[in-house]
Design a protein around this ligand. Structure first.
Ligand SMILES: CSC[C@H]1O[C@@H](n2cnc3c(O)ncnc32)[C@H](O)[C@@H]1O
Ligand SMILES: [Zn+2]
Length: 444
């Protein structure tokens, strides 16, 4: 039988149904999908491929899913460090965004983010940022897969002046890209402290009607809880429950402030969590009780958050931090073992986005979203367990190749769809512009 490609790999970690590591197997790709997964000799006997390639020092894994980011914020990497969330947002980030975050900023920042993510094995990301139609256009150009946030916030921005305009633009964007095979949309109301009840009720209704997830920052800091108690007389999660938002379509990002009762109710609701450990650590926001959530049955995915609070989009780093922090928070070295964390960074992200039928594991019939990671570097020798190395020892620079829907977007570390020199030149241009702003405002 004729197929597009056979990838002969030293190891393959399909992630589903369990933590099995397949040795010297072949991944057969055809028409953008995984056609087969079988021992190498059998693959070469059964299939004639346009391309047969050896990955003798590599492990093939499902493409990583960055389940929460603000892609264009790469252009603000390192501009406002060492601050707590609300000072960071109110005094630095929101004023900068008010001045600079227009169409060109979003296009250039999203390209920079996608170049960084592809070189780190990420094939799919869930984005939340202004001018989402521009991000969507850039994602289409790159060949990556993404869930584009249909954003909503109470205050006027360069993108929309009031809730009616936010909804009109979001629904027009949903309509425009609903048939693009690699693009999804998700409602993205910013946070409980920045979106009022009326617009949230409208999100609830629309999300039910057009069957889209709702992606929101929730319980990020203790301050958010205090403010919620003051303004609404209840904790933000309870308010969202009363607004009937919490259910299988809901994706709460951060969740560092949770009581045992809230964990129990959240698990029963079928809603998802995106854990962003590095952003939480850098902003000193708090600790998400990941082990408790997983044990309660909550689907917990992994995200980097934006590059202005992380300060990178490195899902390898995020996996390592999640594993180490998860153990410390649980007070249990057996919490968040390596395979669980790899699953959080792949299948759980896909599940949160409603894409687990399509991506997240190397299962026959799923889309061919794959990353090849070289494990012959001295930093990953000797090797007893490739999954252990992926989470605890490997770095993103060991990613050699990446495919999205069978299209090779990274070939031996070279980007094939994005022009790196041009992206870097545009990053330099924004560095110059934003530096003048910093001087003007006296910010660091
Ligand atoms: C409405 S577009 C997204 C909005 O979110 C801001 N943002 C980035 N990181 C965080 C975070 O960790 N918590 C809350 N808000 C965040 C970003 O700057 C945009 O204004
Ligand atoms: Zn965020």
């Amino acid at each position: 039988m004729n197929v597009d490609a056979i990838l002969l790999a030293r190891w393959i970690v399909p992630v589903e149904p369990d933590g099995t590591v397949l040795e010297r197997h072949a991944l057969v790709l055809d028409g953008g999908r995984i056609k087969d997964l079988l021992p190498q000799a059998e693959a070469l006997e059964r299939y004639q491929a346009a391309s047969v390639e050896h990955f003798d020092e590599h492990v093939l894994i499902p493409g990583l899913v960055n389940a929460h980011t603000h892609a264009a914020m790469t252009l603000m990497r390192g501009i406002a460090d060492d601050l707590p969330l609300m000072t960071w947002l109110n005094d630095y980030i929101w004023p900068l965004e008010a001045q600079w975050a227009g169409e060109a900023f979003v296009a250039d920042g999203t390209d920079l983010a996608m170049a960084e993510m592809l070189r780190g094995g990420v094939t799919c990301f869930s984005d939340m940022y202004f001018f989402p139609e521009i991000a969507a256009r850039r994602v289409l150009h790159s060949g990556m897969r993404a869930a584009i946030g249909l954003i909503l916030i109470d205050f006027p921005t360069a993108w929309a002046q009031n809730p009616d305009e936010y909804f009109a633009k979001n629904l027009a964007l949903y309509d425009e890209i609903r048939h693009a095979p690699l693009l999804q949309t998700a409602f993205a109301p910013h946070a409980p402290y920045s979106v009022s009840d009326g617009p949230l009720q409208r999100v609830r209704t629309l999300a039910g009607e057009i069957e889209r997830p709702i992606h929101m920052h929730v319980h990020e800091t203790q301050d958010e809880i205090r403010q919620g108690m003051q303004s609404h007389g209840m904790r933000p999660l309870q308010r969202l429950e009363q607004l009937d938002l919490i259910g299988p379509q809901f994706i709460a990002v951060h969740m560092t402030q949770l009581t045992d009762g809230e964990i129990e109710r959240y698990a029963a609701s079928g809603a998802h969590v995106v854990h962003c450990p590095e952003s939480n650590l850098k902003l000193a926001s708090g600790f998400c009780p990941v082990d408790k959530l997983l044990k309660a049955g909550v689907n917990v995915a992994l995200g980097t958050d934006g590059a202005a609070s992380n300060n990178d989009l490195d899902m390898f780093g995020e996996m390592r931090t999640a594993a180490l922090l998860g153990k410390a928070v649980a007070g249990d070295a057996s919490a968040l073992p390596a395979h669980t964390v790899l699953r959080m960074a792949t299948l759980n992200g896909a599940k949160a986005l409603g894409l687990d039928g399509e991506i997240g594991s190397l299962q026959i019939g799923k889309a061919a979203d794959v990353a090849a990671v070289r494990l012959d570097a001295l930093e990953t020798r000797p090797l007893f367990d490739p999954v252990s190395h992926l989470v605890y020892a490997a770095g993103r620079h060991q990613v050699s190749d990446v495919w999205v829907a069978g299209r090779r977007l990274l070939r031996r570390r070279e980007l094939t769809s994005l022009d790196l020199d041009d992206i870097l030149a545009r990053a330099d241009h924004w560095q110059a512009k934003l530096s003048s702003h910093s001087h003007h405002t006296g910010q660091p």
